[in-house]
Design a protein around this ligand. Structure first.
Ligand SMILES: NC(=O)c1ccc[n+]([C@@H]2O[C@H](COP(=O)([O-])OP(=O)(O)OC[C@H]3O[C@@H](n4cnc5c(N)ncnc54)[C@H](OP(=O)(O)O)[C@@H]3O)[C@@H](O)[C@H]2O)c1
Length: 215
């Protein structure tokens, strides 16, 4: 029987103090070796998912380039359907399968614009995106493994709903600081020490450590 939800891996590179971007939005923390590891990981999943701020700040391609492998489906959480036509994601969406997940507040004109650009638009949730419902839709389509690549707000929504099965975080040799710098997990936060995990694997790559936790 098919699983009711895909297996969810949350992946990020952070500074020693737990930031995934500086207050100016700089987020290229990883070494080339670690980026190659991430691309290998991307090649092993069915879909990569990010929040719409990550698309607007980083303008990522979310493809597998450093190793041989197929590109996973790209999924953008974009409740108001606002992702820019100049983003790499939108520009390449006729060639690489891409889904924009919107809510009922997305204006019809934005939705039809994204559809024309080649994205598949899925409506899921009244104001916010209903992640449980989304994962069930994705599972029904045969998506078994998803890599959530941030940012901090998206990570929070997944963790809040207890939807994350595995966390792979690279601790990089930098200090960022600042309340305005995005942390690995943003949002309201848990009241109590939460989300107990088991350390499955630790790998040193030069001055970085890749921590691999599972539930
Ligand atoms: N170092 C790393 O590994 C790494 C990886 C990825 C990103 N980053 C950094 O993280 C920063 C962006 O993080 P962020 O926290 O600002 O934003 P984000 O998580 O990329 O995007 C957040 C936005 O996505 C939408 N969203 C996410 N989950 C949703 C849900 N359940 N329901 C409805 N909407 C949802 C919302 O859009 P609306 O605002 O339209 O409601 C929300 O404001 C960037 O600076 C980027 O460079 C770093």
């Amino acid at each position: 029987m098919a699983n009711s939800k895909p297996y969810v891996i949350l992946s990020a590179a952070m500074s020693i103090d737990g930031k995934i971007a500086t207050r100016k939005g700089r987020s290229k923390f990883s070494s080339n070796k670690d980026l190659t590891r991430v691309h290998r990981l991307r090649g092993s999943v069915d879909a990569i998912l990010v929040g719409r701020n990550t698309v607007s700040v980083d303008n990522p391609s979310l493809t597998v380039r450093r190793v041989k492998g197929r590109n996973p489906i790209r999924i953008i959480l974009d409740p108001k359907a606002t992702i820019s036509s100049s983003s790499k994601i939108v520009k390449t969406s006729k060639n690489i399968p891409t889904m924009a997940i919107v809510s009922e507040i997305a204006p019809a004109s934005h939705v039809s614009f994204l559809t024309k650009k080649g994205l598949e638009v899925i409506k899921c949730g009244k104001i916010r995106i209903d992640l449980k419902k989304l994962l069930s839709i994705l599972a029904k389509r045969g998506i078994q493994k998803i890599l959530v690549e941030g940012g901090g707000t998206t990570n929070w929504y997944f963790l809040k709903e207890k939807l994350v099965d595995e966390i792979i975080v690279t601790v990089t040799p930098y200090v960022v600081g600042g309340k305005e710098a995005v942390s690995l997990v943003e949002g309201h936060g848990f009241d109590n020490i939460s989300y107990p995990l088991k350390l499955k694997h630790v790998k040193r790559i030069g001055n970085e450590i890749v921590l691999h936790y599972v539930i």
